[in-house]
Design a protein around this ligand. Sequence first.
Ligand code: ATP
Ligand code: MG
Length: 138
Amino acid sequence: MEKTFAIIKPDAVERNLIGKILERIEGNGFRIVAMKRVLLTLPIAQGFYHVHKERPFFKDLTEYMCTGPVVLLVFEKEGAIKAWRELMGATNPADADAGTIRKDFAIDLEKNSVHGSDARDTAAFEISYFFSQTEILS
Ligand code: ATP
Ligand code: MG
């Protein structure tokens, strides 16, 4: 079964949206196989977003991700990576389709409520960045 990695970002945790987002995840047929609520440190956020380190938004993004607790998740279903990207919606909520999480909950391009892996290799990296094998229970 394909696994993907997700984050419920600080803007959503702060607004008490964890339950509503988990409901969308489970309601769309994903099985949650690992989950924890943590406060990221700047070095950990920078390592996680290393692919974006040359982007102009890198500093703001990594600092924002440390402004409050986040929820880290691994969940699975057939085609989970693409299915979760579709359920999240476009990066900028202004461009997101109706019924997507970002359309319904996100504040702006940066505070866009959720993260999702974009491919098999990034999903594998992101899962192992935050979870050990013994924490993932299918
Ligand atoms: P994510 O990786 O969080 O799932 P994504 O793959 O849709 O989102 P990326 O291009 O990987 O988007 O950007 C990572 C994150 O950086 C975005 O989710 C958003 O929070 C932030 N971001 C992206 N582009 C910008 C921008 N132009 N200005 C500010 N923040 C941005
Ligand atoms: Mg991305």
